[in-house]
Design a protein around this ligand. Structure first.
Ligand code: GUN
Length: 286
């Protein structure tokens, strides 16, 4: 069996097309959805992600602004900026790009964001919403994976899902979202013994561990759907995921490539959450 490739760029383009009418409706009401990205330090990967976010906003008619702080800026200065953005009615979404340099209290910064502008979904209020299936802003990467699965028509009810990686940004919210969709979910992580005994059971395998070639072909059930969230830069400059793509694609039914799989969806869902935030601000009952 050779897997069908899930084309994240194509799905992202389709989802973004669907945003056009919503953005136009807001523009007619005199509202331009606005996203503020707060970045501290000069992590090169974060620079790329922030650049992608700003560019993507421009393409769909959103306003965006990046606020950069040096790695040694006082935390109070960042908190003051977040407070100003919370109070700014022209800004509907506020995110703090992660990771933060050492010395910053990540939770304090994330909790400072107005929960109605928390378009990354990292504020405790939104995390709690996710637990009870009432989330307002689903975290962008797992939300993007969910939309990819829907787009290619893969049902999740009753499926065995194995999530490899238990981060707050991807693994845990992914597991909660798929549990809400009535999948049977297992979460594996760095301390899991004999990872393969879990992954081999997966009808849907989501890998977000940040380790090249962590998932090899014998670890994958024939016909499984494999979603690779990993983004790793190899010493030779190549960008790869966590899955041995060439070998695993001969066993899976569907597989996401890296790059061009989950990545384009993350930014797309951020745009979607920002548009939702602007709609909610315009109609507070939403
Ligand atoms: N760093 C890696 N992924 C993310 C994300 O989705 N949002 C933010 N703010 N930072 C990240």
């Amino acid at each position: 069996m050779t897997a069908q490739i899930i084309d994240g760029n194509a799905v992202a383009a389709k989802v973004r097309d669907g945003y056009k009418a919503r953005v136009e409706r807001l523009l007619r009401q005199g509202i331009t959805p606005g996203l503020a990205v707060v970045m501290v330090g000069d992590n090169p990967a974060s620079e790329v992600y922030v650049g992608n976010k700003v560019r993507a906003c421009r393409k769909v008619g959103l306003r965006s602004e990046a606020f950069r702080f040096r790695a040694d800026a006082p935390q109070e200065a960042v908190l003051e900026r977040i407070a100003a953005l919370n109070a700014d009615a022209s800004i509907h979404g506020v995110i703090v790009q992660l990771p933060l340099p050492p010395g910053y209290d990540m939770r304090r910064l994330l909790e400072a964001i107005d929960r109605n502008k928390d378009v990354d979904g990292f504020h405790l209020y939104n995390v709690g919403g996710l637990v009870i299936g009432e989330t307002v802003f689903p975290p962008c990467t797992p939300y993007g994976v969910q939309i990819l699965l829907e787009h290619v028509g893969i049902p999740t009810e009753g499926q065995n899902v194995v999530v490899v990686g238990a981060s707050n940004i991807v693994g845990k919210p992914m597991a909660l979202m798929l549990l809400q969709k009535e999948a049977t979910v297992a979460i594996c992580h760095v301390k899991t013994r004999d990872l393969a005994q879990f992954t081999i059971l997966a009808d849907i395998l989501v890998v977000a561990a940040g380790k090249p070639d962590l998932i090899t072909a014998p670890m994958v059930k024939r016909g499984a759907v494999v979603i690779d969230v990993g983004i790793n830069r190899l010493p030779d400059g190549r960008l790869v995921g966590d899955v041995d793509f060439e070998a695993v694609k001969e066993r899976a039914s569907w597989i996401t490539p890296v790059p061009g799989g989950v990545g384009p969806m993350t930014v797309t869902m951020l745009l979607g959450n920002t548009i939702s935030a602007a709609e909610r601000a315009a109609s507070p009952r939403l």
